[in-house]
Write a protein that binds this ligand. Structure first.
Ligand SMILES: CC(C)(COP(=O)(O)OP(=O)(O)OC[C@H]1O[C@@H](n2cnc3c(N)ncnc32)[C@H](O)[C@@H]1OP(=O)(O)O)[C@@H](O)C(=O)NCCC(=O)NCCS
Length: 154
């Protein structure tokens, strides 16, 4: 099946489970907390255009999240069904994500890419992205019930 039969559109709230299945089969093998349907649902309600999916024959075969917070544009969760890879599906998804983000005002696009993910590095390089060596992602997991670093001390 060729790329011409693939359509890219925003994910729908009723597609949360299918999206999670796609990520489980096709997503980057990263260490992170397990995906939860309620969190994906929340994203789709918060920003209905943020999750883009590639659809073929009524099935989701690819995805990317194109997040825009009014300042930064972040691309992540790019994933293509294994048996559909190498046919330009990721190119279609990223092109749609870029259209969305630039229409919203983004002037710089940031992709989350694992250092040892060679296919992803090849993909993002081919699309004109380059690593910024001086930055690392710093993360703090917020324990349940923690108001965050700015919370008033007890
Ligand atoms: C990375 C991934 C999204 C690529 O999807 P894809 O649909 O196969 O990519 P495309 O066919 O659109 O490829 C576009 C370009 O990316 C590059 N590319 C794609 N796959 C590549 C690979 N395995 N190695 C090196 N470069 C690659 C090529 O330059 C390609 O252009 P070409 O076909 O004209 O040579 C897919 O392999 C995938 O889902 N991997 C698992 C999840 C993942 O790692 N996601 C990335 C998160 S940052």
């Amino acid at each position: 099946m060729g790329v011409e039969e693939i359509r890219v559109r925003a994910a729908r709230t009723e597609e949360v489970d299918e999206l999670l299945d796609l990520w489980a089969r096709a997503g980057e093998n990263a260490s992170r907390p397990p995906d939860r349907p309620d969190l994906v649902q929340r994203l789709l309600e918060h920003d209905p255009g943020a999750v883009l999916v590639a659809v073929a024959g009524g099935r989701l075969v690819g995805s990317v999240v194109a997040g825009w917070d009014g300042w930064r544009a972040n691309l992540y969760r790019l994933a293509v069904e294994p048996d559909r890879r190498g046919r330009g599906v990721a190119r279609l998804l990223v092109a749609a994500a870029e259209r969305r983000l630039t229409a919203l005002g983004a002037e710089r696009l940031c992709a989350m890419v694992l250092d040892d993910n060679d296919p992803a590095r090849g993909l993002w390089s081919a699309l004109g992205y380059a690593p910024q060596g001086e930055w690392r992602r710093w993360v703090r997991e917020v324990p349940e019930g923690d108001g965050g670093a700015g919370a008033t001390p007890a």
